[in-house]
Ligand binder design. Structure first.
Ligand code: M6R
Length: 360
């Protein structure tokens, strides 16, 4: 069942190349450079989009917001479902809800869908489990096709959600004409290369995560920092670490550090930084200098040729545009996994958690 792996979580992390390929299958045409999402037939691109989700699915939504706004020029809000469902909402027929849920059974996400429908909004469900409540109650469903996810800590589901969000942003961007045919083609060609690249990289990523886990598993707190597209990944890295290793972890937008959390930094409160090459990297670097000035140790996930000058650089290949998330995410998952396993925790069944949260 675990395919020779010690836990479902590690099996599922290693399934991610296939998950990306399966989510792309039938949806991208390399020859014409187009995305096909027949699930959305009859739906034009939304005037306003509200992404509603919990936990890891919420983090995927935050990442997707960046692409949907920049490529498809759609105003997007991303909301935690338990907040959304009780707010004094302003919704009408022009609003579209994108409900993201691996299980399709999360109580708060479902309640959010029901409220939005009562107010006239239409709902797209992005979920993994076929025939689930979210799938049944949505007007349109995009299945992520990640296969069953057994480990309580969600890994491959997020990878599949990112893939689907990437396709959605390309699709609406092309439909609206806000994204050039050239960039759409580039985006499709680049994502098509990902499964092979990730498959080749995963063994080395695992080795590096083991080394770092041994070095850092004695600490009681971790800071995760990222900016822009890497901010949601910082949140996800912190969530993974806390839920399976029980080490306190905070995910923060790097630029927000100096507004409070920097007070916590000291030698035994290390930082895991997402410092891949992008326009915001110089800003991230200066945030990391602030950490170092307070004796904080740093693991930096970065790309070849970038001299980060940190305690532990973790170098991963550079890929096109926003696709770096697909290489960074498994590193964050592997690090959390190796720390938890090294500490002897019950990785697949962490205390106090259920795979699907069907009560409020
Ligand atoms: O099934 P869903 O995607 O709706 O679940 C949402 C969260 O409960 C889930 O992502 C949770 O945060 C995981 N334990 C994260 O690893």
């Amino acid at each position: 069942q675990k395919g020779g792996h010690k836990h479902f979580m590690i099996k599922e992390i290693f399934e991610q190349p296939k998950v990306i390929a399966d989510c792309l299958a039938g949806r991208v045409d390399l020859k014409t450079g187009t995305v096909r999402l027949p699930e959305l037939e009859g739906l034009t691109s939304p005037k306003r989009l509200h992404i509603v989700a919990c936990g890891t699915s919420f983090h995927a939504g935050l990442w997707g917001m960046n692409l949907l706004e920049s490529w498809a020029r759609i105003p997007v809000r991303v909301e935690i479902a338990s907040e959304f469902r009780y707010r004094d909402l302003l919704l009408d027929e022009d609003d579209v809800i994108l409900a993201i849920s691996q299980s399709g059974e999360t109580a708060d996400t479902l309640a959010g869908i029901r409220r939005a429908k009562q107010m006239g909004a239409s709902v797209i469900g992005l979920c993994n489990v076929v025939g689930s409540s979210v799938a049944r109650e949505s007007d349109h469903v995009i299945y992520t096709q990640a296969g069953p996810e057994i480990s309580v800590a969600s890994t491959k589901a997020m990878c599949s959600q990112l893939t689907a969000l990437y396709l959605l942003a390309l699709h609406w961007g092309a439909q609206k004409g806000t994204l050039s045919a050239e960039v759409t083609q580039q985006g499709i060609a680049a994502v098509h290369e990902l499964p092979g690249l990730l498959d080749a990289e995963l063994p080395a990523m695992r080795e590096r995560s083991k080394e770092l886990a041994r070095k850092y598993s004695g600490v009681s707190s971790f800071m995760y920092l990222g900016r822009g597209l890497n901010f949601p990944l910082a949140l996800e890295g912190a969530l993974k670490l806390k839920e399976i290793s029980y080490i306190h972890a905070e995910g923060y937008a790097s630029g927000e550090m100096k507004h409070g959390p920097i007070a916590l930094i000291e030698r035994d409160f290390p930082t895991f930084a997402l410092a891949m090459r992008d326009d915001l990297l110089p800003k991230v670097k200066s945030n990391l200098e602030e950490v170092q000035a307070r004796d904080g140790r740093i693991i930096a996930l970065t790309n070849p040729g970038l001299d980060m000058g940190v305690d532990d650089a973790w170098v991963i290949p550079e890929v096109w545009g926003p696709l770096s998330a697909f290489l960074a995410l498994p590193c964050l998952q592997l690090f959390a996994y190796e720390v938890a396993d090294y500490l002897g925790k019950d990785v697949d069944q962490p205390r106090n958690l259920a795979k699907s949260v069907t009560v409020e």
